[in-house]
Design a protein around this ligand. Structure first.
Ligand code: 5GP
Length: 213
């Protein structure tokens, strides 16, 4: 692959780890011009969320039509709702050389891992400093009932085990530190030899053909 195509960046990790906060902090300045992939979901819009920016909110029927049309790169059912990644826009953005950023749960991230070329994507697992803190974050958020929090914690324990299938782990102890680490990972990935070698070889070839002596 050359370094002209964008990278698919998959940020994942258990619910409550702070994926949304870290992603929002990354996109606040966005000095590297990442493009955020807006997911489709059937869950209810929360106060302050904007349709088309935070999610594409839709009915189950509309979501199932997307599944039917094979328009999703991946999708998962999560605590009774569908969440999925629309495919067409991602391909367009990657081809235009933009890094595309996905913030999705673990099940979906593993599906993406099966579907894309490993050299085109970077999988980053956001981990909690510890489980007590993770539970505290879910309670503090106050958007879910106690039974949902328990369900999310059970799932979180299974998900933390999936970290082995990722390329990098970033512990979210402080948001600015996590953001700096994620940006460093992505920028280093761009400098990998396999991403730049084709372009440099082409340049050498052109130079030598040009008869510079
Ligand atoms: P929330 O309801 O808190 O916004 O999101 C619940 C979970 O769904 C979070 O872990 C979030 O990262 C994940 N999620 C958001 N969009 C997608 C998506 O397109 N696909 C998958 N698999 N998970 C998603």
């Amino acid at each position: 692959m050359s370094d002209t195509r964008g990278l698919l960046i998959v940020l994942s990790g258990p619910s409550g780890v702070g994926k949304g906060t870290v992603r929002a902090a990354i996109f606040e300045d966005n000095p590297y011009g990442y493009v955020y992939s807006v997911s489709a979901t059937t869950r209810q819009q929360r106060p302050g969320e904007i349709d088309g920016k935070d999610y594409h909110f839709m009915s189950r029927e509309a979501f199932e039509a997307l599944i039917e049309q094979e328009a999703l790169l991946e999708y998962a059912q999560y605590v009774g709702n569908y969440y999925g990644t629309p495919m067409a826009k991602i391909e367009e953005d990657l081809a235009a050389g933009h890094d595309v950023f996905l913030e999705i749960e673990v099940q979906g991230a593993l599906k993406v891992r099966e579907r894309v070329n490993r050299e085109d994507a970077v999988f980053i697992f956001l981990a909690p400093p510890n489980l007590t803190e993770l539970e505290g974050r879910l309670v503090e958020r106050g958007t879910d009932a106690q039974s949902v929090i328990y369900e999310r914690m059970q799932r979180a324990c299974e998900e933390i085990d999936m970290m082995q299938y990722y390329d990098y782990v970033v512990v979210n102890d402080q948001v600015p530190k996590a953001v700096a680490k994620i940006n460093a990972i992505i920028q280093s990935e761009h400098l990998k030899v396999e991403r730049v070698v084709d372009r440099i070889h082409a340049e050498i070839h052109q130079y030598l053909q040009g008869g510079n002596d």
